[in-house]
Design a protein around this ligand. Structure first.
Ligand code: ATP
Ligand code: MG
Length: 462
């Protein structure tokens, strides 16, 4: 016995493993993934199974009882008819005819008597549930030989061999058929569908609140700071929504504090730098002072960059902008600085936005193309219902793995800042912030028409 114990445990263990595997398989491949459908599965499935089982049991029992009862009525009535036939068939056929008429009128049984006939045929008949009840009762209670066949969908004909001939009774189906069961079924299925539909609508509403929260978090995560979110739904979801807003405000405040600090430092450093520049220019000029002046100029440039980054968004209300003109204007400005640039618009596109901010955002992208490549091509069109600006260049592009990082503040691919490509790594960060705050999006790819980088800017159309 003790030797067997471990193996019992092993079997149980193995069984448990199988169950776990089965459940895992079901969770991964069979169970629905979305919350809404999981809710429906968890709540409605047991209900539906219960209803189904109830229908089957009730249907079966009810059907059985009703069929037996109806069949027993019919058999009883026919049995009552038989002695009457024996009595009247020879002596008073008219009375018999009258009796048959009454039977048809009151009992819906269409009886006729074929004198001296003999029952030879054994009709094939289908045993359905109804006929089965009738068949069983006839077998139990009918003392004469009989056979019967289904005449049509409406009738069953019963032939009984009596001493003086054959009694034929046409029994209409409605005599042994209860329609209540069908009505009951229709009601049951109908109300189930209605219930299912109501539950679905209510759950959809509940799930929508969670979906909104997840969408808001996702947008916040991708840099959309000014999203409009209002907690709604069940208490728990609402609570999560409030916590999200709290967290968002804290993060936002933290970012603002950091940015303000950077602005403060940049601003304060400019005054001593200006002083140093002034003092240096008054000193006798030699190689060292020239170098120092160049360094100071570079520092000034950096500080200007930091200040531009910390400036935050323009508070002026958005206004209609004709993107064709706007981009043409920017292109001309870039061309004047010596950039090889080509602009082409597929159609006229209007948007709503803050021109100063957008100018800054797009100019950063155009300047990048000028800085890291030789030729630039700008194309304006409409894609997915949004205004779409493609800025292509023939530079080295940005490796796929770095395309997310370059949007981070102070991130540069070429870490050694040289005078030719010397930026501070804030251009793309600023551009992205501005574009997202306009409800747009910015993407990078290496599918440039010119072989370098392609920047795609989406902006909502006016
Ligand atoms: N068109 C481009 N082709 C190749 N690399 C690019 C291009 N645009 C940006 N990059 C890479 O992405 C980095 C980040 O660009 P970003 O514009 O943010 O900063 P920056 O140009 O270095 O400095 P600045 O703040 O002056 O714009 C750049 O340092 C560069 O390595
Ligand atoms: Mg740049």
């Amino acid at each position: 016995m003790t030797q067997n114990l471990p193996s019992v445990f092993q079997v149980l263990n193995r069984l448990w493993d199988w169950i776990k595997h089965g459940l895992k398989y079901m969770r991964v491949y069979i169970f629905p993934k979305s919350l809404l459908y999981r809710f429906i599965l968890i709540i409605l499935l047991p209900l539906l199974i219960l209803q189904f089982v109830m229908i089957i049991f009730f249907y079966d029992r009810h059907w059985d009882t009703v069929s037996r009862r109806l069949a027993s009525d019919i058999v009883g009535e026919i049995k009552m008819l038989i002695p009457t036939i024996d009595n009247f068939v020879e002596t008073e056929p008219d009375v018999l005819t009258q009796i048959f008429q009454k039977t048809k009128h009151y009992l819906l049984l269409n009886a006729s008597f074929l004198p001296n006939a003999e029952l030879t045929l054994n009709f094939p008949h289908k045993i359905t549930q109804v006929n089965y009840a009738l068949d069983t009762l006839l077998k139990e209670e009918m003392d004469y030989p009989y056979t019967w066949k289904e005449e049509s969908n409406r009738n069953i004909s019963l032939f009984i061999q009596l001493e003086k001939g054959v009694l034929k009774v046409d029994i209409p189906r409605k005599r042994f058929f209860s329609s209540t069961i069908h009505v009951f079924l229709v009601w049951m299925i109908g109300s189930s569908i209605l219930l299912f539909w109501i539950a679905f609508l209510f759950m959809k509403n509940q799930v929508r609140a969670i979906e909104r929260l997840s969408k808001a978090s996702e947008l916040f995560g991708t840099g959309h700071h000014s999203i409009d979110f209002k907690p709604e739904g069940a208490t728990e979801v609402r609570q999560a929504g409030h916590s999200f807003i709290l967290m968002r405000n804290r993060i936002y405040k933290y970012i603002m504090e950091r940015t303000e600090m950077l602005a403060g430092v940049s601003h304060d450093l400019r005054t001593p730098l200006t002083r140093m520049k002034l003092q240096l220019s008054m000193m006798p000029q030699n190689e060292q002072t020239t170098d120092l002046l160049a360094d100071i100029a570079e520092m000034e440039e950096m500080l200007n960059g930091y200040l531009a980054f910390t400036k935050g968004e323009d508070k002026t209300p958005p206004e209609p902008i004709d993107l064709n003109e706007f981009l043409r204007d920017l292109s001309e400005k870039a061309q004047k600085t010596g950039q090889q640039l080509d602009f082409h618009a597929e159609e006229k596109v209007m948007i709503k936005g803050r021109p100063n901010d957008l100018r800054r955002a797009l100019m950063n992208l155009i300047t990048n193309a000028g800085r890291y490549a030789h030729n630039t091509q700008i194309k304006l069109g409409v894609r997915k219902g949004m205004a779409c600006i493609f800025i292509d260049d023939d530079g080295p592009g940005i490796p796929q793995t770095k395309q997310k990082d370059v949007f981070k503040a102070f991130f540069r691919l070429d870490k050694s800042r040289n005078s030719k490509t010397g930026g501070i790594g804030l251009g793309l960060t600023i551009s992205k912030d501005i574009i997202l705050s306009h409800g747009g999006d910015i993407q990078l790819s290496n599918n440039s028409a010119l072989g370098g980088l392609r920047v795609i800017v989406y902006l909502p159309k006016a």
